[in-house]
Design a protein around this ligand. Structure first.
Ligand SMILES: N[C@@H](CCC(=O)N[C@@H](CS)C(=O)NCC(=O)O)C(=O)O
Length: 198
């Protein structure tokens, strides 16, 4: 099976790290949805990263759907979402906040990198920035004191590393010390080090 997409996408990276933690073997093909659009489109005409191509030709896209499949396959010892309902709800909360932070960060990056400067729409950027800061504000509060390696905690770290790489001037690291510390710790984990953002 093949995972297609660049690791500087937080969605691709969370899938790569999760597959590693599940113990699933896969080939990573680092294609960009921008610079290698044509090659990407020959595998997935929709050109969405991550794309996961199963050995039988099934094409999965959207990190949550890809991870849903592997979470179902994983034995209890390797599942990344807690099984106990209250703990699961807390972890889904972290995951949702981290994914919102990814989405808002990506929107800001696209607004700056894809749109001509004269067409930047400041009210939209302000709105998205407010949503991004709200997502990280809640994550900073909701991260448990000693988080275990779950889907929520790993997605929070992947999101934070992405935001800090791409738009550190928008989200000041010093205002989020718990996210900083949490991410620094997880970035030392072998699964994170095997799939670095750059
Ligand atoms: N909700 C999706 C978001 C994926 C996403 O937006 N990926 C970006 C790369 S970071 C992409 O494919 N951009 C190209 C496009 O949307 O045309 C997921 O979780 O996989």
């Amino acid at each position: 099976m093949k995972l297609i997409g660049m690791l500087d996408s937080p969605y691709v990276r969370r899938v790569a790290i999760s597959l590693e933690l599940y113990g699933v073997e896969f080939e990573h093909q680092a294609l960009s949805v921008f610079s290698t659009f044509a090659e990407f489109s020959r595998i997935n005409p929709v050109v969405k990263a991550p794309t996961l191509l199963l050995d039988d030709g099934t094409l999965l896209m959207d990190s949550n759907l890809i991870l849903d499949y592997f979470e179902t396959l994983a034995p209890a010892s390797h599942k990344l979402f807690p099984q106990q309902p209250d703990a699961r709800a807390k972890d889904l909360e972290l995951t949702g906040l981290a994914l919102a932070a990814c989405e808002k960060s990506v929107q800001i990056v696209y607004e700056h990198n894809l749109r001509p400067a004269e067409k930047l729409h400041e009210p939209w950027l302000d709105r998205v920035t407010g949503q991004l800061l709200a997502a990280y504000g809640l994550l900073e509060k909701r991260l448990p004191d000693s988080p275990s390696l779950t889907q929520g905690s790993l997605t929070a770290a992947v999101a934070w590393s992405f935001t800090q790489l791409m738009i550190a001037s928008v989200v000041k690291a010093e205002a989020f010390p718990r996210l900083q510390q949490h991410t620094a710790l997880l970035e030392q984990h072998p699964a994170f080090m095997r799939y670095p953002m750059q």
